[in-house]
Design a protein around this ligand. Structure first.
Ligand code: ADP
Length: 304
């Protein structure tokens, strides 16, 4: 049985008369890192704003921690960083954290030093946040969100605009949140490749529609280079692959196609062995896409 902490069903949202989310359903399981992936304008921020209670959906249901009631109480168990982290530029990292500690009513003052260490800002002393690099600001924003020990973090494009080093730091921080403190994360990006190694699940959205939900394993299988094979007898084909060709790294898809992930350079030899065994081959070719191509095909291109 699933253990979903966020569940959206049939969500619609219109701004004035324009509908920007269409009957969108999405669940996030406890302890997972769910990547909300879609081109600019797809509706990612709108979804997150509905979660945060900035506004209501036009239609549909929202459940947090398994309940549709008392969403404001549930939201107190969550932290949000939507669009930009809200940081006071003239204040130091410590002062920003102290401000959030008071605002969220978190009693333990020692938590501030802990967070400064976690986000790698312990040595910033009297430096004002306005003088921080973009990566430092993002880490401070995440630290502020993490301070009250939320069970769920909702992060809108937290690596957008960061240099490669900044992206790695933020990704490591998010991974740590999940692995060490069991925080469930919903994180958005317009680039699948930025999150492909981080997320356990992906929801691809485009033009306010959910295009596909898939786990990391499913994504990797789909994007992995393989030989796609169809014959007149799939069971016999699998037996020939195992017994005559010693091929074991393959997958049968819906009982009608086999994807072979090893010996990709031996397509002719595989073909001859199958034919010699009396099989009729109806499809045999090498397939596979890189992550970004896969996503662009699904999401129908990027809108800038
Ligand atoms: P994303 O976060 O994926 O870039 P958004 O949720 O920001 O997408 O936007 C989805 C759509 O809603 C876009 O077409 C955007 O122009 C529109 N939109 C977002 N906010 C507003 C608003 N406050 N008023 C009118 N339209 C909006």
């Amino acid at each position: 049985m699933g253990n979903s902490v966020i569940s959206m069903r049939g969500l619609c949202k219109s701004y004035k008369k324009q509908e920007v989310l269409h009957n969108l359903s999405l669940t996030v399981e406890r302890g997972h890192i769910c990547g909300l992936i879609g081109p600019n304008g797809a509706g990612k921020t709108t979804i997150m704003k509905i979660l945060a209670g900035f506004f209501f959906p036009t239609k549909g249901e929202l459940e947090l921690f398994g309940s549709r009631d008392n969403l404001d109480v549930s939201r107190a168990r969550m932290s949000f960083m939507i669009e930009q982290p809200i940081i006071a530029g003239p204040m130091t990292a410590r002062q920003n954290l102290e401000y959030i500690r008071c605002l969220r009513g978190y009693p333990d003052e020692k938590r501030i030093d802990e967070i400064l260490d976690i986000v790698g800002l312990a040595n910033t002393g009297k430096k004002r946040a306005s003088k921080f690099s973009l990566g430092m600001k993002q880490r401070l924003g995440i630290g502020m969100a993490l301070l009250p020990k939320p069970e769920i973090m909702v992060l809108d494009e937290p690596v957008n605009g960061l240099d490669p080093e900044g992206i790695v730091e933020v990704r490591q921080l998010i991974k740590r949140m999940q692995e060490e403190w069991g925080v469930t994360v919903l994180i958005s990006s317009h680039l699948l490749s930025e999150l492909s190694e981080l997320c356990t699940d992906f929801s691809i959205i485009s033009h306010g529609n959910l295009i596909e939900n898939l786990s990391r394993e499913e994504l990797l299988v789909r994007c992995r280079n393989h030989i796609a094979l169809r014959t007149d007898d799939i069971n016999k084909t699998a037996a020939v692959l195992e017994d005559r060709l010693s091929i074991h790294d393959y997958k049968v898809i819906h009982g009608e196609e086999i994807q072979i992930f090893e010996r990709l350079g031996e397509i002719l030899h595989i073909s001859k062995t199958l034919t010699d065994s009396g099989l009729v081959i109806t499809k045999l070719n090498e397939e596979g896409q890189n992550l970004e191509d896969y996503y662009l095909e699904k999401a129908g291109g990027r809108h800038e």
